[in-house]
Design a protein around this ligand. Structure first.
Ligand code: ATP
Length: 207
């Protein structure tokens, strides 16, 4: 148990699409870390009744809100595609709300440390300065493509197009304090996460 005055030790967990961030985060969670997942927060904010629905409706109109009250992702994608400023406006609404909620959940944690899962951590300056440690889940690009295809039914071209919009593997690795190699079997992930867990417990204890 940490006392309420203690500053939360934050580990930023990132990696390209399909690299295995969620798989690694699940193991950190089992070991006792608090997991704060920015993608999950984004989904909650844009679900029916989510706090981002009203500002998004005010900015873009009711046509981007589905009949169940959630953000209509397809309609929003069309807007963003047709209007370059729409993406920046949407992010201007969502990103500060996501960061605020991530901060709130991190501060509320009573675990020894928090793993903040941020897919675009290297791309977005805002999170790098918030975390004490950057852990990158890494695997070869061809493995990423295969996993994304089998999980989401995307074509190889669609998977590569998403990867092309993210930073390159080498840049991500250059930003890493710790690298989790997920190019092999899932079973190889656990011992690496366990070793990092021990390291983070020690680091958090002296921070
Ligand atoms: P995204 O950025 O798209 O959210 P992610 O980085 O969180 O992805 P996961 O969802 O953990 O990645 O993994 C992507 C897919 O690959 C999942 O279907 C997962 O079960 C599978 N997977 C993850 N690691 C391995 C592995 N070592 N061997 C085989 N399959 C794996």
């Amino acid at each position: 148990m940490r006392d309420s005055q203690a500053v939360t030790f934050l580990v930023g967990l990132t990696g390209g699409i399909g690299s295995g961030k969620s798989a690694a985060a699940d193991i950190f969670g089992e070991l006792g870390a608090t997991i704060v997942d920015t993608d999950a927060i984004a989904h909650e904010l844009t679900a029916p009744g989510g706090a981002a629905i009203k500002p998004i409706r005010d900015a873009f109109g009711a046509e981007v809100i589905a009949s169940n009250g959630a953000l209509d992702r397809a309609a929003m994608r069309r807007r963003v595609f047709a209007d370059v400023q729409a993406k920046a406006r949407l992010e201007g609404i969502l990103h500060p709300m996501i960061r605020a909620e991530a901060d709130r959940r991190s501060a509320a944690s009573r675990a020894p440390y928090v793993v903040l899962v941020v897919p675009l951590l290297v791309e977005s300056g805002g999170y790098r300065s918030r975390v004490q440690r950057v852990a990158v889940v890494d695997c070869p690009e061809e493995v990423q493509v295969k996993r994304v295809m089998s999980r989401s039914g995307l074509t190889a071209e669609e998977a590569r197009a998403i990867m092309a919009a993210q930073v390159e593997r080498s840049q991500r690795l250059a930003a890493a304090d710790d690298v989790i190699d997920n190019g092999g079997e899932l079973a190889a992930l656990r011992p690496q996460v366990e070793a990092l867990h021990r390291k983070y417990l020690e680091m958090a204890a002296v921070s």
